[in-house]
Design a protein around this ligand. Structure first.
Ligand code: TXA
Ligand code: MG
Length: 308
């Protein structure tokens, strides 16, 4: 994989037009992109990631005028959220246009769409002239990439390129909200919260649980998982330090001997623990951090808990 400077975004666009995947920064995590109309390039992305083919991709647009290319029905709620939060870390799931390829949607009749808040991502979509599908740029089931080095680490022997935009700002993936049903339903929590969405829509916003989560195939698979086993504890719990085990200590408040965790460095820390080949990761999580739905969701998934 080639390592490109932001000034080489036109070269990246040329690669994409030839059907070669290109990773690019967004405000959340790096995405591994392909043009939405190029089935072969899209299949290549699934293959590079080792991603199950029924796990659909998010389409990234650079203007609200691209929505009708992808979505057959655009409810008022979608426009209200787009006006309020785009460009930004919110993905809306809408009924799809028949022209959207089934390899994009994993065979579903809905399509996920967002407008990222990153100048490189927006410029790249503009240059290619059509939406880009982009899953997070990591091997399937592993922590997402928040730097170009993470992307190169995962895909160094693959074709394609990554545009280096430095460290991403948010560090966790976008909020995904289903708007093709009777009421808005959050399928994946992100930094745009249930309360923020309800404030804009002035209606009840649900959080998908159990059976409702079947609407989002991605949530069925183990995610964000480091190689070591991860144990979550509360401040004051016995951390069971073991001299025989290589342990990696993380805390959500600054403390001597602990790596300090925030939403924006979670994936970097999980990757560092993997690089150091530790056997166990212990995360001491304060109640305040536990109350952040997106961080809690990723921590539970990294710990191997089924649903959150
Ligand atoms: O922040 C993000 O969203 C990043 C950046 C690159 O934009 N992308 C990302 O993509 O996280 P990915 O592929 O790692 O996660 C997409 C999630 C998956 O859980 C997938 O199942 C869900 O969105 N999804 C995509 N299309 C869907 C659909 N039609 N219905 C329900 N869920 C969908
Ligand atoms: Mg992902």
């Amino acid at each position: 994989m080639r390592h490109l400077f932001p000034s080489e975004v036109d070269q990246a666009a040329a690669l994409l037009e030839q059907g070669i995947p290109v990773a690019f920064p967004t405000e959340t995590v790096y995405g591994l992109g392909a043009p939405v109309s190029q089935a072969q390039a899209i299949r290549k992305i699934f293959q590079m990631k080792g991603r199950p083919s029924d796990n659909p991709l998010i389409c990234h647009i650079e203007s609200v005028s691209q929505l009708p290319l992808l979505a057959r029905e655009i409810p008022p709620s979608a426009l209200m959220l787009a006006n309020h939060f785009w460009p930004g870390p919110l993905t809306v799931v809408l009924k799809k246009q028949p022209s959207v390829l089934s390899c994009v949607t994993g065979g579903l009749d809905t399509v996920a769409i967002r407008m990222p808040r990153h100048p490189i991502a927006l410029e790249l979509i503009r240059l290619v002239g059509e939406p880009l599908v982009a899953p997070s740029a990591n091997r399937s089931g592993k922590p997402s990439s928040t730097t170009a080095q993470h992307v190169l680490h995962d895909f160094q022997n693959e074709a394609g390129a990554v545009i280096d935009g430095g460290k991403t700002e948010e560090g966790l993936e976008s909020t995904v909200i289903f708007l093709a049903g009777s009421k808005p339903l959050i399928l994946r929590p992100g930094c745009i919260t249930q309360e923020m969405i309800a404030d804009v829509l002035k209606c009840e916003v649900g959080i998908a649980r159990g059976r409702e989560l079947k609407a989002s195939p991605g949530t069925r698979y183990r995610h964000y998982a480091p190689k070591a086993c991860l144990r979550l504890i509360r401040p004051g719990d016995d951390i069971l330090l073991s001299p025989q085990k290589r342990q990696f200590l993380i805390a959500t408040q600054p403390a001597a001997g602990y790596h300090f965790l925030t939403a924006s460095n979670l994936y970097a820390l999980l990757r560092q623990a993997d690089d150091e080949e530790v056997e166990e990761i212990i995360v001491v999580c304060t109640e305040e951090s536990w109350n952040q739905a997106a961080l809690r969701d990723r921590l539970l998934k990294a710990a191997g808990a089924a649903d959150s």
